[in-house]
Design a protein around this ligand. Structure first.
Ligand SMILES: [Zn+2]
Length: 506
């Protein structure tokens, strides 16, 4: 008595096919599971046996052998429970599965009473099943929206084992689930105009988003740095379907997907106590880190100096390449992690340097600012001040332009950049390498003179000057000017708050 069921597992962000083979023979009653299964799969034996018994099927005293093929791929997770149960039941003759093999992929965790529980990685598995021309996929009911993201494959959601058996026996009529939940119109419930006044900060954020520049906000507690950060995704262009799918896949393997496809750009805000693995991903069974959960969105690091230097060092690869590669003894995965980095910090340990009641010494302030890793700071083109504005002053101000209006301007700059970099790998002004600055950032004589003078005055490093030029390129784009002019440089210089602060503390 033998049966074979198509199931699947996930490695990195991709699904792969797994055949669950079940053989039942006479011999000492036992259940043997082979095929490079991790602990979480081995536990399936107990759950599956209980679920089968508790659903009223009688189990003969026989030897049950379960093989997960291909044998050289490691398998993790509880999603083999359901295919194993179906495999056993068909090997016992309760179901004739031969006509369904190569037709359906089955995944799902079982509870002891036969209920089917949600699992991780459903989206990449559905994509794989469609790729391999499977007609349908049997998934846990709670994963139905996630599965229905994929077109051209029939989704059959179930919440208990007995219904799956009835369905496969032709005793239960079930239409495939087909409730698409896709709506790419703006779905944010926040808007930049929620914040009154603060025009200078809003302008700097617009520049940062338009040119793909990472951003650092410096200001006393309560000045609204987090409020600004949370609204930055609303200024980014709407997610394309392709981007939405990429991001949704990552949430699927992390088990964080509760509905259908993700329609808004993610905003991730990890606490400064986060571990390297939490930030970058990894673990004995691969879990995506915050950098990947922020893919196509914003990664916000509040209280930047409180993050450990070592933890921040791991940000270099994703910031540089837009992905991370994680190698462990039992896997190697490459996972996308392209995000806008937004950081915030107080100006000093007490938070009030430059705002009245600071009690810190110059030494303490320098120490505090030196805690930020240099290589990370090198990746941040724009640093601005977010001042505390008294309530009386704000009372008479409104929220100004909506996210939509600002985003329209930003989208125009995206078009300009697309044209500018059409023959290169560069996507945004922030990515212009030093050697190509003179090619892409033409400025007039007055602007050049001005840049030389301010650089001398503030003691900007060569690196800082390059950033100023790239940011002024974006500012010129926002006013639709091919040539960078004095006013563009002047504005870009105003976005180097940390350099100026450092130099003033010497
Ligand atoms: Zn202070």
């Amino acid at each position: 008595m033998y049966s074979k069921i198509s199931s699947a597992n996930v490695i990195g962000v991709d699904g792969f096919l797994v055949d669950v083979e079940v053989d039942i023979s006479n011999g000492i009653p036992s259940v043997i599971l082979v095929g490079l299964a991790e602990t979480s799969v081995k536990e399936a034996k107990e759950r599956v046996m209980s679920a089968i018994k508790n659903m009223g099927f009688s189990m003969p005293s026989k030897k049950i052998r379960i093989n997960l093929a291909p044998a050289d791929m490691r398998k993790e997770g509880s999603l083999f429970d359901l295919p194993i149960a179906i495999g056993i039941l068909s090997a016992l003759g309760y179901i004739d599965y031969s006509e369904f093999y190569k037709k359906y992929v089955i995944i799902g965790e079982l509870s002891l009473d036969g209920k089917i529980r949600k699992v991780k990685g459903v989206l990449p598995i559905c994509l794989m099943a469609r790729e391999l021309n499977y007609e349908g996929i049997i998934v846990p009911y709670e994963n139905r929206y996630e599965a229905s993201i994929v077109d051209d494959i029939k989704v059959y959601p179930f919440d208990n084992l007995i219904d799956v058996v009835k369905f496969l026996r032709g005793e239960l009529n079930k239409e495939p689930f087909d409730e698409k939940k896709e709506d790419f119109t703006n779905a944010y419930d926040l808007d930049i105009s929620d914040i009154r006044g603060q025009w200078a900060v809003k302008r700097a954020i617009e520049v940062a988003v338009a040119g793909g520049h990472n951003l650092l906000m410096l200001g006393p507690p309560g000045s609204g740095k987090t409020m600004f950060a949370k609204r930055i995704p609303t200024l980014l262009p709407p997610l394309s379907k392709e981007e939405a799918l990429e991001t949704t896949k990552i949430y699927s393997i992390a088990g964080l997907l509760n509905s259908g496809i993700i329609k808004v750009r993610p905003f991730r805000n990890p606490h400064h106590s986060i571990s390297d693995v939490g930030l970058i991903g990894g673990g004995s069974y691969f879990q995506p880190g915050e950098v990947s959960l922020a893919h196509n969105g914003v990664l916000f690091l509040d209280e930047l100096p409180e993050f450990s230097r070592k933890t921040l060092e791991v940000l270099r690869q994703p910031l540089e390449d837009g992905y991370v590669i994680i190698s462990r003894a039992n896997y190697k995965v490459k996972i996308p992690s392209k995000f806008m980095l937004v950081c915030a910090m107080n100006p000093c340990p007490c938070g009030y340097f430059g705002y009245g009641n600071c009690k810190c010494s110059t030494y303490q302030i320098k120490q505090y600012q030196n805690k930020i890793s240099g290589p990370l700071l090198d990746r941040i083109d724009i640093h601005i001040e977010v001042p505390n504005i008294p309530y009386e002053e704000l009372k008479y101000k409104d929220g100004g332009e909506s996210s939509y209006v600002i985003r329209e301007r930003i989208l125009k700059v995206y078009e300009i950049q697309k044209l500018r970099f059409k023959d290169s790998k560069i996507r945004t002004n922030s990515q212009i390498p030093e050697r190509e600055i003179s090619k892409f950032c033409k400025m007039d004589i007055k602007a050049e003179e001005f840049l030389m003078n301010v650089s001398k005055k503030f003691g900007f490093s060569a690196r800082a000057i390059h950033k100023i030029i790239k940011v002024s390129r974006t500012i010129a784009d926002l006013s639709n000017s091919d040539i960078i002019k004095v006013e563009h440089i002047a504005e870009a210089v105003s976005y180097r708050v940390l350099d100026k602060l450092n130099n003033s503390l010497v």
